[in-house]
Design a protein around this ligand. Structure first.
Ligand SMILES: [Zn+2]
Ligand SMILES: [Zn+2]
Length: 240
């Protein structure tokens, strides 16, 4: 069992107190760079956020040795054409996303959206957030993917279809399941109520792990005519 020294706890408490002050970095309590009005981090913490590897699969964003298409995409091509991720899902971006989802720090969603908007294509796309089931929405009070999509919409003035994709049944958490189980878990969990014929869309979420959930959403959107389908996430969890 590890012991947390009272001194460490005190330091942590002071850092949290500082981090809650407006204009202070959410990670270290230093002065945040507030040029955009909602920046949450100081420049050093911002520069230290985990970068994506230089080479990755052009379709799903998984790291590959030379930037070639990965085996999973070759074997079973997803319905989305590419993934645009801002960071690798690792410390401390995981803590920031946790603060958004479970600490209700919705300013984090605004900041993530601003950061993601910088990397999105110039052309006109419809933004579609990954939906939560109504039960989960009631528990959490908000859908983090929708809040991120709203922020992207403000930055890029793209149309946002907040309700066209719905989660029609609750699903067990994906954590702990293998890829095949994840795909089965989300199969048939989504429905679309809009004709998207010929529409390029950007499917927005906070984190992509194996891509089973966004893959199923993309399948439903493609059935309704959407294409090409781009996935935009704040962070991509990678195997290597
Ligand atoms: Zn900082
Ligand atoms: Zn791939």
């Amino acid at each position: 069992m590890s012991l947390i020294l009272p001194q460490t706890l005190g330091n942590l408490f002071r850092r949290c107190q500082r981090a809650l002050l407006p204009g202070s970095c959410l990670l270290c309590g230093g002065a945040a760079d507030d040029q955009t009005g909602s920046a949450l981090l100081c420049p050093p913490c911002h520069n230290d956020l985990p970068a994506l590897p230089p080479n990755c699969c052009p379709q799903c964003g998984e790291a590959t040795a030379l930037g070639e298409r990965c085996g999973a995409c070759l074997l079973n091509p997803p319905h989305f054409t590419r993934v645009i991720a801002r960071w690798r899902y690792d410390f401390p971006i995981d803590r920031l996303i946790h603060a958004l989802k479970y600490g209700h720090r919705t300013l984090v969603a605004r900041w993530l959206g601003e950061q993601m908007a910088l990397a999105l294509p110039e052309s006109e796309h419809w933004l579609i957030p990954l939906p939560l089931h109504t039960e989960r929405l009631r528990q959490r009070g908000f859908n983090q993917a929708l809040e991120i999509a709203r922020s992207i919409k403000r930055q890029r003035r793209l149309p946002l279809l907040a309700d066209c994709l719905q989660r029609v049944r609750p699903t067990a958490p994906q954590a702990g399941l293998d890829q095949r189980q994840r795909q089965q878990n989300v199969r048939g969990a989504f429905a679309c109520n809009t004709d998207l014929a010929g529409r390029p869309v950007i499917l927005v979420d906070d984190v992509m792990t194996t891509g089973a959930t966004v893959g199923e959403c993309a399948r439903i959107l493609a059935q309704h005519g959407a294409g090409p389908i781009t996935v935009a996430v704040a962070a991509r969890a990678l195997k290597m």
